[in-house]
Design a protein around this ligand. Structure first.
Ligand code: IPM
Ligand code: MG
Length: 354
């Protein structure tokens, strides 16, 4: 097949990790006979520097014309002083909104080779952990009205959800649960927040259509605790934008390293935005120290969800397992007895396995 993929390397370690994911995608293309055309666009601080805004209309249009978009990371201390409306992160939020990718899939599994990096006690890990965290991505307090009083001593951020926004996310949650272990946990703060009461009502209503799915409702504070105490109880978790942001970092820590975690953001069609869940790590940028596996695994999700290439996606995932089996580690996941390698070598190893 032929596919058009927009690359948004962004800032910090973004360019180096995206480069390795591209190397792996090229290897997949060669092996399976596909042609991937890559078109690099600016996002975040890189776009602010070149164009004055964190996302240009042209870059967004290119993303919306492509089959899929692969992003690195945005932000860094260089742009900390930039006014809020033009911060690098604002570019990412505008991109998610502009592409209409409301469902953010953040799978959390522990690679058995990295079990030592998991901060939980071994007995907590005795059952397999395989969680699909599904985070609503284009609503909530992320996109509500904000204000600051003239004396700057008072601020507000509005949390808002519509039934429609909740229900389209919940639908994806139930459909995924049906394909998995048929358990769904809806996370909210319905004992306090009106948005959460709407969230819970909407999920309860939809649950009637999925009698086979075992649905539980959990307050977010309890969910944060349960993730640590008994992570194996979870299959699919659905939650709002802010709670999902927080819980997905927590689940990444359980998996051993933020550097390993891929994500897919999907909308109504097959076009999607794929990015590792970590940040731009400015302290190690340009030093060939970053872990490209989160981005490489995001590329696997791209092949699966946007291009329908399941075997190719699995080829990347298997290649990553083999490289970990062979003992290769970037600094963030390195432990005694393993071979420490850099970002470029990690990409090369995965590409070679393919
Ligand atoms: C994430 C990040 C972003 C978010 C930031 C960079 C705006 O933390 O993708 O989890 O909060 O969504
Ligand atoms: Mg986050």
């Amino acid at each position: 097949m032929q596919a058009q993929i927009v690359l948004l390397p962004g800032d910090g370690i973004g360019p180096e990790i995206v480069e390795q994911a591209v190397r792996v995608l090229r290897a997949v293309g060669e092996k399976f006979g596909h042609t991937f055309a890559f078109d690099a666009q600016l996002l975040g601080g890189a776009s602010i520097d070149a164009c004055g805004v964190p996302l240009t209309d042209e870059a967004l249009a290119a993303c919306n014309a492509a089959d899929a978009v692969l992003m690195g990371a945005v932000g860094g201390p260089k742009w900390d002083g930039v006014e809020p409306a033009r911060r690098p992160e604002k570019g990412l939020l505008a991109l998610r909104k502009g592409m209409g990718v409301f469902a953010n899939l953040r799978p959390c599994t522990i690679h058995r080779q990295l079990a030592g990096a998991c901060p939980l006690r071994p007995d907590i890990l005795s059952e397999p952990i395989d969680i699909l965290m599904l985070r609503e991505l284009t609503g909530d307090i992320y996109f509500g009205k904000r204000s600051r009083s003239a004396d700057r001593a008072y601020a507000t951020d509005e949390m808002a959800y519509s039934r429609e926004e909740v229900s389209r996310l919940a639908r994806i949650g139930f459909e995924n649960a049906m394909k998995r272990r048929k358990r769904l946990c809806s996370v909210d703060k319905a004992n306090v927040l009106e948005c959460s009461r709407l969230w819970r009502e909407t999920v309860q209503e939809m649950a009637k259509e999925y009698p086979e799915v075992d649905v539980t409702y959990m307050y977010v504070d309890n969910a944060a605790m349960q993730l640590i105490l008994h992570p194996a109880q979870f299959d699919v978790m659905i939650t709002g934008n802010l709670f999902g942001d927080i819980l997905s970092d927590e689940s990444a820590a359980i998996a051993g390293s933020l550097g390993m975690m891929p994500s897919a953001s999907l909308g109504a069609g097959t076009r999607g935005l794929y990015e590792p869940i970590h940040g731009s790590a400015p302290d190690i940028a340009g030093k060939d120290l970053a872990n490209p596996l989160g981005t490489i695994l995001s590329a696997a999700m791209l092949l699966r969800h946007s291009l329908g290439l399941e075997a190719e996606a699995a080829a990347i995932e298997n290649a990553v397992e083999k490289v970990l089996d062979a003992g290769y580690r970037t600094a963030d996941i390195w432990s005694e007895g393993c071979t420490k390698i850099g970002c470029a070598q990690m990409g090369e190893q995965v590409a070679m396995q393919i």
